[in-house]
Write a protein that binds this ligand. Structure first.
Ligand code: MSP
Length: 523
């Protein structure tokens, strides 16, 4: 039986233009999804768009179009980027899809029937831009102004449907103590725990001041709060709200999600409200909610007022100049997966590309294939064992890196996983320098030794390629083709065992990562 893996991104608001943040989260999920598929797992990868709510209604009004027309247009734009960045999501969910809407109503009905959702009156501090209510403490902390827009919070009273979040205080605390890894990284979990200890209040889950949303069952003047509607996407995409559906039959087995990746600004919804909703629905909890930090741009926070968002056009420029794999590599290795923000700067991008991809991986593969061309007629030599390891027990060293690369990816440490693969490549580079096959080749008696060295180089690179395929699918495929390695087998660990490269295989020369002129790059 294949292990089922389910990975999700947040669903993106259709009232914004896609930018690096959206591309980043979706790309890192894509790297993980591809890796797990290569490892033989049965992966379902979900992304999509969040299309309801007051902001969408207002933007549509301002543009003189219907909210649905606005949602259609912008959702299509998000969908287009999935193709542009080679993202392999298995489904693209839209919250205006009738299948989602019907299930959200069914799920809310279940919560009403169980008493987890009730009608009540609410008064609180409302951030109109974020469509979010703050507790008194939080409102005081932010000096009664939206931390996002800076506008004053409004005092608002509403008759609303509520979710009985307070009833889940104890169970949530138990969840965190029994499954501390449910929220990562640790710094983010600690933030949630701190706020959780202040005590939970029930949360309103409906609005009556606008219409663009899903109606509360039997009370259509109440529109389901966009966040509740949105969170449910993770299970409606699997048909969980409609047990008799085709979706349910095919997909419900993917729940619980293995990995739910979000940005840190939406942690509370995913780390507290979401698990409580699942508890109320008696559904299992996800394995991990991973909240990454933010990209900033050339040292500055990206904001509308500064107009410094790294947008799709800029990302496209990077792709044209450096290739899409280079962009994926940069996002995956230099991105803000940890607790601190990362800077997206042109110089850093160029430097990473040149050091890791041109000078290390590209150079190593091209040197190895060029020498096999020159000294072995372009055919993979055999390892006769005549050459001593040059200080390296290749099979043991490589096995260790493979284990470490797989284990890192399993815990969503993308940079760690890639670093282990790159350690293999760096070792090859050092091995070539230490053993100098290009010098030995001048001595006809050393032919066997040269063959041994080159076999080990090619074999180590082959294994690194298997590990790097998820992050750089195009270039690694190019190498597979040039070296006649065949397609990935879907059993990554088995494929990474030392010695599988067959002597006699035709090894063509490769030039994977062309040097990019720094000046052209900054122009
Ligand atoms: N619609 C909600 C999410 C609902 S999920 C049930 C939403 N959408 S959003 O369009 O604003 O997208 C937010 C997500 O975009 C963040 O959580 C993060 O994944 C990504 N990013 C937005 N800006 C970002 C950066 N500057 N850096 C990295 N990623 C960030 O919130």
């Amino acid at each position: 039986m294949q292990t089922k893996q389910y990975i999700t991104t947040p669903i993106y608001y259709v009232n914004d233009r896609p930018h690096i943040g959206h591309v980043y989260t979706t790309t890192i999920c894509d790297v993980w999804a591809r890796f797990m598929r290569l490892a033989g797992d049965d992966v379902f990868f979900l992304t999509g768009t969040d299309e309801h709510g007051q902001k969408v209604e207002q933007s549509a009004e301002a543009r003189g179009v219907t909210p649905q027309a606005l949602a259609d247009e912008n959702s299509a734009e998000f969908r287009r980027i999935m193709g542009m960045f080679h993202l392999t999501n298995d489904e693209f969910i839209r919250t205006t899809d009738p299948r989602h809407e019907q299930q959200v109503q069914a799920l809310v009905k279940r919560l009403m029937d169980s008493g987890d959702v009730y009608l009540g009156t609410f008064e609180g501090w409302y951030d109109a831009g974020q469509e979010e209510y703050y507790t008194e403490t939080k409102a005081r902390d932010v000096e009664y102004r939206s931390p996002i827009s800076g506008k004053p919070l409004e005092r608002a009273t509403e008759e609303n449907y509520y979710f009985k979040l307070s009833a889940y205080q104890q169970r949530l605390e138990t969840m965190f103590s029994e499954h501390p890894d449910i929220v990562r990284p640790e710094a983010r979990r600690n933030e949630v725990l701190g706020r959780l200890r202040e005590g939970l209040q029930d949360v309103p889950i409906s609005r009556t001041n606008f219409a663009w949303g899903i109606g509360v069952p039997e009370s259509p003047e109440h529109v389901i709060y966009v966040w509740i509607d949105a969170l449910f996407n993770y299970i409606t995409a699997l048909g969980i709200g409609d047990p008799s559906s085709q979706w349910n039959a095919e997909r419900s087995g993917y729940w619980p999600a293995s990995m739910q990746v979000i940005g840190k600004e939406i942690l509370w919804f995913h780390a507290v409200i979401w698990p409580a909703l699942l508890m109320a629905l008696e559904l299992p909890l996800p394995g991990c909610v991973y909240a990454h930090s933010f990209w900033i741009s050339e040292g500055q926070k990206m904001s509308k007022s500064l107009g410094n968002f790294i947008d799709l056009e800029q990302l496209q420029d990077y792709m044209e100049l450096y290739g899409s794999d280079a962009l994926r590599y940069f996002l995956a290795t230099q991105g803000p997966l940890g607790a601190t923000d990362s800077d997206f700067s042109r110089s850093q991008f160029h430097e990473t590309y040149t050091t890791d991809l041109v000078n290390t991986l590209g150079n190593c593969a091209s040197r190895t294939s060029a020498m096999i061309g020159k000294y072995c007629e372009g055919v993979c030599p055999a390892d006769t064992g005549e050459c001593e390891g040059g200080g390296v027990e290749w099979d043991a060293f490589v096995a260790e890196q493979v284990e470490s690369s797989v284990a890192a990816m399993e815990r969503f440490d993308l940079a760690g996983s890639i670093a282990a693969a790159m350690a293999i490549v760096r070792r090859v580079d050092a091995f070539i320098n230490d053993t100098a096959p290009f010098k030995l080749a001048k001595d006809p008696d050393a032919a066997a030794i040269v063959g041994d060295i080159l076999y080990r180089c090619a074999e180590a690179i082959r294994i690194a390629v298997c590990l790097l395929e998820a992050v750089m699918p195009s270039r690694m495929e190019e190498l597979r083709t040039a070296w006649n390695l065949g397609e990935a087998t879907g059993d990554l660990r088995a494929e990474c065992v030392w010695g599988l490269l067959k002597p006699g295989t035709t090894i063509d020369k490769v030039a994977l990562f062309p040097r990019v002129d720094a000046e052209a790059a900054s122009a």
